[in-house]
Design a protein around this ligand. Structure first.
Ligand SMILES: [Zn+2]
Length: 168
């Protein structure tokens, strides 16, 4: 006699009660049992992580570590390179190299073709500087270190002098 409350799982081939399956809209009983479904989900997740360049041991998401030792080593290396962790934003930053502007990391290699946002920032800094604000005050206003602000002012004043004659 067939018991309608039971079903054979497509994967593990075990005869299991309907409560061990996910049921769609109270009617459709999924072909795989809950245990097999979660196993497959885990495998799929692992594949997804690997596709994004991570693995079970090295996560592609910053701030996610496989074990405390990996975390410890990562912190050691980044700190030895002069980076500091902004724990609130979970962003590693380094004064004058990579700073956090409006909650987003910005790389400050300004000499090599700055992007739109960086240009905007440079313009703002120069404007404030021309209006008589000190580098220190500008730094607090734009959320950068004073060193970086002075560097930007210095470099862009130089580049104004450089582009005195047209060179095309
Ligand atoms: Zn199963």
């Amino acid at each position: 006699m067939a018991n309608l409350e039971y079903k054979i799982c497509k994967t593990c081939r075990e005869n299991k009660h309907h409560s061990e399956y996910y049921i769609y809209k109270g009617i459709y009983v999924f072909p795989n049992c809950k245990a097999c479904t979660s196993k497959k989900d885990k495998e799929n997740h692992k594949k997804e992580v690997e596709k994004k360049g991570g693995s079970e041991f090295v996560h592609s998401t910053p701030g996610v570590f496989a074990c405390p030792i990996q975390k410890q080593n990562t912190f050691k290396i980044l700190k030895s390179l002069g980076y500091q962790l902004n724990e609130e934003k979970n962003i590693w930053w380094k004064p004058g190299v990579k700073e956090i502007v409006d909650g987003k990391p910005v790389f400050l290699k300004l000499r090599k073709g700055p992007g739109k946002d960086k240009l905007k920032l440079i313009k703002k800094i120069l404007q404030l500087y021309k209006s008589g604000m000190t580098g220190k005050k500008i730094a607090t206003k734009v959320n950068l270190s004073a060193t970086t602000v002075y560097k930007i002012i210095r470099e862009n004043e130089e580049s104004h002098k450089d582009s005195g004659s047209s060179n095309s």
